[in-house]
Every structure is written in structure tokens, then in C-alpha cells.
Design a protein around this ligand. Structure first.
Ligand SMILES: [Fe+2]
Ligand SMILES: [Fe+2]
Length: 305
């Protein structure tokens, strides 16, 4: 049975306004601490005047995520406008991490607003989004990888002059392409040695799991869920999960950028990164072998300049 009350992250306590907070008494009873409509900020949280551990009701989880997303999205807008890639990456990580604690309908759709901010601010602050890749972090997580893929995808969408809607769809498809990994055993995601056949089989499931998660969400566009499902498919049929050869343009673009990011990222645990030129040379071999589309590859190369 799911826990009725869940511990609220301390750093987020003053983000909750409509969501009530509870504390736990010595005899394990949950008592209302802050009702709906006020924030803890008013109660001088920074002075340590509130209990160390506060909880939210599990039924309020999605509502809580939405409140947190709202505050972080406002923060993101400020970070982008102040041209600070470190802060942008940190806020994006916070948004993603909070959203992915409950990756389902009600929380994932909140990423649309995040993408809105990025796409609308990009023209004036494109350096910030491009420089996200240079901001390295200690741990290479799926979240970081997804943010990097998104940053490259947005660059691509501007290079080929996609419409505003297409840009947002490509960005969201990038950000959520690996959402199925929230269902993958964390041990597999952080393993430094090569996966066994059995483990690889389990890893591959992140595509269908991602589709299932996104299929229950209310995004206006089907591309997002099909990209999660098809980004490991290759045009010569050598990919997974189905070995199909007809792949949507979005899934092809994200599939190629996904490879590039994986090859070039320094923070990855199980292999050292190669430089951009070497990565592109390796991907070019895949293009020549018929696995990736030539035009998409060329566009991607130009979008990096
Ligand atoms: Fe993937
Ligand atoms: Fe990926």
C-alpha cells in the first residue's frame, strides 16, 4: 500500500501554498501544520521555527509538484534572462528531478511551460542554452543527459527554422525521451561494466515504458510519446524495440543527438568521452551504413557551429 504521507523536500518547503503540510507527532500521528493558502515563508522557515520534517499527503503529490514547477519555472525565466548557464542547468535539474519523482499525467505536462520559456527566450539568450553542455556535473544521470540532449535539440530546431510549435515539440521530445528509465533498476543505469544480455534486455524496456508513461499524459502532440518509443530504432532495422525502418523525423533527430551526447559527455561513468570531431566521425560511419539519415546528420553538424 502506498504511504499516505510523504516527506517533503526541505529545500522546497516554502514553495507549497495550496498544498497543506503536516508534521508527525511522537506517537506517529500526522497533524496539520500549515493549511492551504499560506506559505511557510510567512512563518519564517529560515529561522528554523518549523519542525525539521514536514510531510505532504500522498494524494496532494501531483498538486505539490505543480506548485513547485510553477516556482521553478519563474526561477528558470530569471536564470535565462540573467545569462547564467550554471543557474539554468541547476534549475532545470531541479524541475526535472521534482517532476520525475512522480512521472505521470499531471506532473509531466508541466514540462511544457518549461519548454515554452526556453524556446521563447532562446533567440535572445541562445548562448545560455548552448553553454549548458559545458556546465559539467559530478554525477552523470539520465536527467542531465536529457537536459543536454534538449539543449542540442533546441539548437537544431533553430538551425533548421522549425516553427515555434515544432521547436517546443522537439525540445519536449528530447527532455522526455528517456523518461522510461525512471522504471529501470538504478543499478543498471549506473553500472560501469558492460551489460549482460539479460541486463541489456531490461535496459531496452525504457522505450516501451516511456511510451506507456507518456501515453497517459495530455500532451497536444503524439511525437513526444513516439520519440520515447522509437529513439533507438535505426533506418536499417538494426535498432530496438521493433527493428523498424520507418521512423518519424523527430525520433530520428533525437536518436542521433542522443548518440552524440552519449559519446561526448565527460561525466558518463563507464567510458571516457571523445571530442566532438571524433564523435561526429563515428556517427558518420552509422550514416554511411544506413542507420541514420544523411540530411539530419548534416543539419546537426551545422547546428553545432
Ligand atoms: Fe534511450
Ligand atoms: Fe538517451
Amino acid at each position: 500500500m502506498e504511504q499516505e504521507y510523504i516527506l517533503a523536500r526541505k529545500s522546497l518547503l516554502n514553495f507549497y501554498k495550496d498544498v497543506p503540510l503536516y508534521y508527525c507527532t511522537k506517537d506517529k500521528k500526522f497533524v496539520l501544520y500549515k493549511s492551504s493558502g499560506i506559505t511557510l515563508f510567512d512563518m519564517r522557515i529560515e529561522e528554523g521555527l518549523c519542525p525539521d520534517k514536514l510531510y505532504i499527503k500522498h494524494d496532494d503529490k501531483i498538486r505539490g509538484i505543480q506548485e513547485v514547477q510553477k516556482v521553478f519555472n519563474q526561477q528558470l525565466e530569471k536564470d535565462v534572462r540573467s545569462d547564467n548557464p550554471e543557474k539554468v542547468k541547476e534549475t532545470l535539474l531541479n524541475i526535472m528531478e521534482e517532476t520525475l519523482t512522480e512521472p505521470k499525467s499531471g506532473s509531466l505536462e508541466g514540462m511544457s511551460e518549461t519548454m515554452n520559456i526556453i524556446v521563447c527566450e532562446y533567440a535572445e539568450h541562445y548562448d545560455v542554452i548552448k553553454n549548458l553542455l559545458d556546465v559539467t556535473s559530478k554525477d552523470y544521470t539520465t536527467t542531465l543527459h536529457s537536459i543536454n540532449v534538449m539543449s542540442l535539440a533546441i539548437g537544431y530546431s533553430f538551425y533548421i527554422n522549425y516553427s515555434l510549435t515544432q521547436k517546443k515539440i522537439l525540445g519536449l521530445s528530447a527532455l522526455l525521451h528517456d523518461v522510461g528509465k525512471t522504471k529501470t533498476n538504478t543499478k543498471l543505469l549506473t553500472m560501469t561494466e558492460k551489460l549482460t544480455e539479460e541486463e541489456f534486455k531490461e535496459m531496452k524496456l525504457h522505450t516501451t515504458n516511456g511510451y506507456t508513461i507518456l501515453n497517459n499524459c495530455k500532451f497536444n502532440n503524439k511525437e513526444i510519446k513516439f520519440t520515447a518509443l522509437h529513439h533507438h530504432e535505426r533506418l536499417d532495422g538494426s535498432g530496438y524495440p521493433y527493428g523498424m525502418t520507418k521512423i518519424s523525423e523527430t525520433a530520428q533527430i533525437i536518436g542521433l543527438i542522443d548518440c552524440y551526447e552519449a559519446l561526448t559527455n565527460d561525466d558518463r561513468p563507464y567510458r571516457s568521452a571523445v571530442d566532438a570531431l571524433k564523435a561526429l566521425t563515428l556517427i558518420k560511419k552509422d550514416v554511411e551504413a544506413g542507420r541514420f539519415d544523411k540530411k539530419i546528420f548534416e543539419n546537426f553538424v551545422y547546428s553545432l557551429l
